[in-house]
Design a protein around this ligand. Structure first.
Ligand SMILES: Nc1ncnc2c1ncn2[C@@H]1O[C@H](COP(=O)(O)OP(=O)(O)OP(=O)(O)O)[C@@H](O)[C@H]1O
Ligand SMILES: [Mg+2]
Length: 467
């Protein structure tokens, strides 16, 4: 129920109004002058005040001013005598809700009171919305300023329209300066392709870049997200600047250290290869000193085995990743070495190398290269002793899932019938079997129906941690 306070020095009017208002179920208080009215205002806290303008001691206008000063939410309806128009206008200027001329028509007053109450409710609602809005804006502002990264909001004309405390402090930016630099000047993004505002507009999604900011000698990671209006129109972007100087320095260090390790690894492979070449050269010297044909053959085979291994190290230090060998390149080089070593005439023996372009790790490549060395050597040494001409084919196919099939086939005289590879006591075939079955865990098959064919199926070995 609304509380009303009637202030009028004329008792008849005051009492009449009180009576009528009580009948309308208002809670009514009355005072006979302004001073008493102000006291009752404090004690009863009315919602609406109906005050006469002309009163002794203190005028209705002064009462109005005082009430508005104390609580602007209170609505005051003034009562004026005949011809008090100017005073009524003055009252309105001072914030009165309305005025009623004497003699008072109760219905008119009643409508006025209801309108005043409605306005008051509206004002209370607006007031609470404003407070809520202020609270939210304030909360957003606090949160925005709590972020330790630099945040800024740029409009599509590259103007920084909002920024947080970290941004202001880091970039010594004055957001209130009317001539503050646009973002593309401030961060030296003269080219459109450097501008994240342009990029986010184009991609309609967040974009990121790293940049060096020379004024502070820092590296920044900048992420910009586009801002769209309710109609989907591009309004600008919000930028987040992260200082990544420490990370950059760490990355540089890591890169340098990695580069150093790569060099070291290359150097190791190079030295291993050189040492193996020295061993080969020592064997070579031994060959020169020897006159025993059988011994020279053995020395030569040893030398070739060592060279086939040293070739792997050579390939490794020349390779990109230092741990895998391109098997096609390797096999071609190995075959060329063997052709030279056995003085094969390419016009007599046609050699076909057909290896898939596969990269094989060192653990697998080493036994594999020795097997190829043995098989090719055998073909060059034994297959064409009678015909002197023929064909040799070396192929390796990837069967998927890191499984490979190696085939070395010649159309020479073939291995003598009844030859059992598993029973062979000679070093070459024994080595082939041991490496194929035990080291590679593969399966080797021999076919002697036309010439000699060895087929080896194996899976690339998993790298074993050695320390
Ligand atoms: N491709 C081939 N064509 C014809 N005969 C072959 C072929 N491969 C192997 N042989 C025969 O099988 C034998 C055994 O070969 P194996 O490689 O074990 O020994 P090797 O080549 O004689 O000597 P090493 O032990 O130095 O390799 C050879 O002596 C040869 O008679
Ligand atoms: Mg052999």
């Amino acid at each position: 129920m609304a509380k009303l306070l009637v202030i009028d020095d004329e008792i008849i009017i005051r009492e009449r109004l009180k009576k009528l208002l009580l009948l309308d179920k208002y809670e009514v208080y009355s005072a006979e002058n302004g001073i008493e009215g102000l006291k009752m205002f404090e004690t009863h806290e009315p919602d609406i005040i109906i005050a006469d303008i002309k009163m002794p001691k203190i005028s209705g206008i002064d009462v109005l001013k005082e009430i508005k000063a104390r609580n602007n939410m209170i609505e005051v309806i003034m009562i004026t005598g005949h011809g008090g128009c100017e005073t009524a206008i003055e009252a309105m200027k001072q914030g009165a809700f309305g005025y009623i001329q004497k003699p008072i028509e109760y219905d008119e007053l009643h409508i006025e009171i209801e309108k005043a109450l409605e306005k008051q409710q509206m004002k209370i609602k607006i007031d609470s919305y404003v407070k809520e809005l202020e609270y939210r804006v304030n909360e957003w502002e606090i949160t925005f300023n709590c972020v330790s990264d630099m945040l800024s909001i740029h409009n599509k004309e590259y103007k920084i329209i909002r920024c947080n405390k970290a941004f202001i402090e880091t970039f010594k930016f004055n957001p209130d300066a009317p001539d503050s630099k646009p973002c593309n000047e401030m961060f030296n993004c003269q080219e459109e392709r450097d501008c994240l505002n342009v990029k986010t507009y184009g991609s309609k999604s967040a974009c990121m870049k790293e940049m060096y900011y020379p004024e502070l000698d820092v590296y920044l990671e900048v992420t910009a997200s586009p801002i769209f209006g309710s109609e989907g129109e591009f309004k600008g972007s919000i930028h987040i600047f992260k200082d990544i100087t420490q990370r950059k320095l760490y990355e540089e260090k890591m890169k340098a250290s990695l580069q150093e390790k790569i060099l070291l690894l290359r150097e190791i492979h190079h030295r291993v290869k050189n040492n193996m070449e020295i061993i080969s050269s020592l064997i070579e010297l031994q060959i020169e000193d020897s006159s025993d044909k059988q011994l020279i053959d053995v020395y030569n085979e040893m030398k070739n085995r060592i060279r086939s291994m040293s070739l792997i190290h050579k390939m490794l230090y020349q390779s990109e990743n230092l741990s895998e060998v391109n098997f096609n390149d390797y096999t071609k080089s190995l075959v060329v070495d063997l052709i030279n070593s056995y003085c094969v005439d390419p016009s007599m023996i046609k050699i076909d190398v057909n290896i898939d372009d596969v990269l094989i790790n060192m653990d697998t490549a080493m036994p594999c290269c020795l097997i190829i060395n043995e098989l090719v050597t055998n073909s060059l040494k034994h297959a064409f002793t009678e015909t002197k001409t023929g064909a040799l084919e070396i192929s390796m196919q990837s069967l998927g899932e890191k499984t490979y099939e190696l085939v070395v086939r010649d159309n020479g005289k073939g291995i003598p019938e009844g030859f059992d590879i598993s029973q062979s006591s000679s070093l070459g075939l024994k080595l082939i079997r041991t490496l194929a079955e035990y080291q590679l865990g593969g399966k080797i098959e021999m076919n002697t129906s036309a010439g000699t064919e060895f087929k080896l199926r194996f899976k690339e070995l998993q790298y074993k941690k050695r320390v």
